[in-house]
Design a protein around this ligand. Structure first.
Ligand code: AMP
Ligand code: GLY
Length: 423
C-alpha cells in the first residue's frame, strides 16, 4: 500500500514508524515531513495547510490511504476534500473537527449532553467580558474560541491579568479570527490526564493513558509549550476513573457528535482533570496529541494501519486494539528559549543505535547531508521499560548521548508520576 501522512512533527514521525511495521506498506509520503523523518518516509514539500496541494498529490500518486495528523488541515477540511477525491483517510471531517476548532462549540456540546466540564460563559465583545471579570471568581480561565497554536488559554490569578488576556485576544487580536469570541470558565484543580481514543463514530476504544508536561521549565514553571515530555500510563488514571470516563465522558461524546450530524471518526483526544468531584473535560482535540503519541504508540501491540482502517470503515468493534502493560517516557529536546525566541541551524548528532527510539521534529536537512535544528521542539527520545522508573531512566540516558548546540530539556519528566500515591 502507498500511504501518505500529513504533518511534520515528532507525532507524525511516531505514526510513520508504527505504520511501517506493517509489511503491506510499500512507501509512506510525508507532507511536508522534516529533516529527520526523511530517514523513514519520502518527504514532499507541500505544507500541511495547503489543502489543494495535498489533494493534488494524493490523486496524482494514487495514494491508498491518507493519515491527516495536525489540527489545522483537519479543521480546514482536508479529510472532506480527500474523500471527495476518492482517497480513503484517517481523521475527522471539518464538521467533526470543530470539537477542537471551536471551544464555544465544544462547551455547548458538553452542556447540551450533560458531559462533565468546567462551568462557563461565552462573550462576543471585550466590553461584556471585562464587565463580567470585574466580579468573577479568581483564578479565571480565559480561552480564545478558535485554534491558537496551544497558546489561547490564560489562567489569570489577578483581575489585571484577566483584563489583559481579554484585550490581547479580542482587541489586539493576536490570534486573528480565533479571538472573535472567548470562553471564560471555572478554574478546576486536580491531576491532568490525556486519553487518546480510536473511534469509528459508534464504538470507542481508548488507548493507554498518558501525562503531558506542558510548562517549559522544571517544576512545572514557565510558559506553556506544546509539551516538553510525556509518560504512559498515567498513574492518576485508575481503573475506577477509566470506567467513569467511559460512562460519563467517552461514550456520551461519541453519541453526541453523531446526534449532531458530526459523526467523529479518527483519534479523539480527551484532556481530563481528575477533580474531587470526578473526571471533567478540560479540552477535546480532534487528533493525536504531541508528544502523547510518542509514548502511546510504542506501547501499541496491535497493527496501527489495521486499527486506523477500522476507524475509517466502521469496523472498530470487531478489531482488537491491544496495549502492552509496560511503561514509556518521552523527553523532548528543544532549542534553548523555546517557546519564545530561539536560535536554529545547529547540526544534530544522534548515535545510530538510538535512532529507533528518537522521534524527530524541528529539523531540516543540513548541507553536509545530516540534519540541523529548524524549530523549537527538535526531537523526543522515548524509552519503554518494565516500570515507569526504568523508562524514565532510559529516556534520560538516551538524551545524554544526543548533542546539538543550544539544546534544552526538562530534567523532571515523570517525577510527578513516579511520586504519585493513588488509592
Ligand atoms: P489547553 O491549551 O486547552 O490545552 O490548556 C492549557 C492548559 O491550561 C491545560 O493543560 C490546563 O493545565 C490548563 N487549563 C485549561 N482549562 C483549565 C481549567 N478550566 N481549570 C484549570 N486549568 C485549566
Ligand atoms: N500535548 C498536547 C496536545 O497535543 O495538544
Amino acid at each position: 500500500m502507498k500511504l501518505m501522512v500529513v504533518g511534520g512533527g515528532g507525532r507524525e514521525h511516531a505514526i510513520i514508524k508504527k505504520l511501517k511495521e506493517n509489511p503491506e506498506v510499500e512507501v509512506i509520503y510525508a507532507l511536508p515531513g522534516n529533516g529527520g523523518i526523511a530517514a523513514d518516509a519520502v518527504c514532499v514539500p507541500v505544507a500541511a495547510t495547503d489543502i489543494d496541494g495535498i489533494v493534488d498529490f494524493a490523486v496524482s500518486e494514487k495514494i491508498d490511504y491518507a493519515v491527516v495528523a495536525p489540527d489545522d488541515p483537519l479543521c480546514l477540511g482536508a479529510v472532506d476534500r480527500l474523500n471527495e477525491a476518492g482517497i480513503e483517510c484517517f481523521g475527522p471531517t471539518a464538521k467533526a473537527a470543530e470539537i477542537e476548532g471551536s471551544k464555544v462549540f465544544a462547551k455547548g456540546l458538553m452542556k447540551k449532553y450533560g458531559i462533565p466540564t468546567a462551568s462557563y460563559e461565552v462573550f462576543g465583545s471585550a466590553g461584556e467580558a471585562l464587565a463580567f471579570l470585574e466580579t468573577a471568581p479568581l483564578p479565571a480561565v480565559i480561552k480564545a474560541d478558535g485554534l491558537a497554536l496551544g497558546k489561547g488559554v490564560t489562567i489569570a490569578g489577578t483581575r489585571e491579568e484577566a483584563f489583559a488576556a481579554v484585550r490581547t485576544v479580542m482587541e489586539d487580536r493576536v490570534f486573528g479570527k480565533s479571538g472573535d469570541r472567548i470562553v471564560i470558565e471555572e478554574y478546576l484543580e486536580g491531576p491532568e490526564v490525556s486519553v487518546l481514543a480510536f473511534t469509528d463514530g459508534e464504538c470507542i476504544k481508548p488507548m493507554v493513558s498518558s501525562m503531558d508536561h506542558k510548562r517549559a521549565f522544571d517544576g512545572d514553571r514557565g510558559p506553556n509549550t506544546g509539551g516538553m515530555g510525556t509518560v504512559a500510563p498515567n498513574p492518576f488514571y485508575t481503573e475506577e476513573i477509566a470506567q467513569r470516563c467511559m460512562r460519563e465522558i467517552f461514550l456520551p461524546t461519541v453519541a453526541a457528535m453523531k446526534a449532531e450530524g458530526r459523526t467523529f471518526r479518527g483519534c479523539l483526544y480527551f484532556g481530563l482533570m481528575i477533580t474531587s468531584d470526578g473526571p471533567k473535560v478540560i479540552e477535546y482535540n480532534c487528533r493525536f496529541g504531541d508528544p502523547e503519541t510518542q509514548v502511546v504508540l510504542p506501547l501499541l501491540e496491535s497493527d496501527l494501519l489495521t486499527v486506523m482502517l477500522a476507524t475509517s470503515r466502521g469496523t472498530l468493534a470487531e478489531t482488537e486494539v491491544r496495549f502492552s502493560d509496560r511503561s514509556a517516557c518521552c523527553v523532548i529536546m528543544a532549542s534553548e528559549g523555546y517557546p519564545v525566541k530561539y536560535k536554529k541551524g545547529f547540526p544534530v548528532t544522534i548515535p545510530d543505535d538510538l535512532l529507533p527510539k528518537v522521534y524527530i521534529a524541528g529539523t531540516a536537512p543540513a548541507p553536509d547531508g545530516g540534519i540541523m535544528t529548524s524549530g523549537g521542539r527538535v526531537l523526543g527520545v522515548t524509552a519503554v521499560g518494565d516500570s515507569l522508573a526504568e523508562a524514565v531512566r532510559n529516556a534520560y540516558e538516551g538524551v545524554g548521548r544526543i548533542s546539538f548546540e543550544n539544546a534544552y530539556y526538562r530534567h523532571d519528566i515523570g517525577r510527578r508520576a513516579l511520586a504519585a500515591k493513588v488509592d
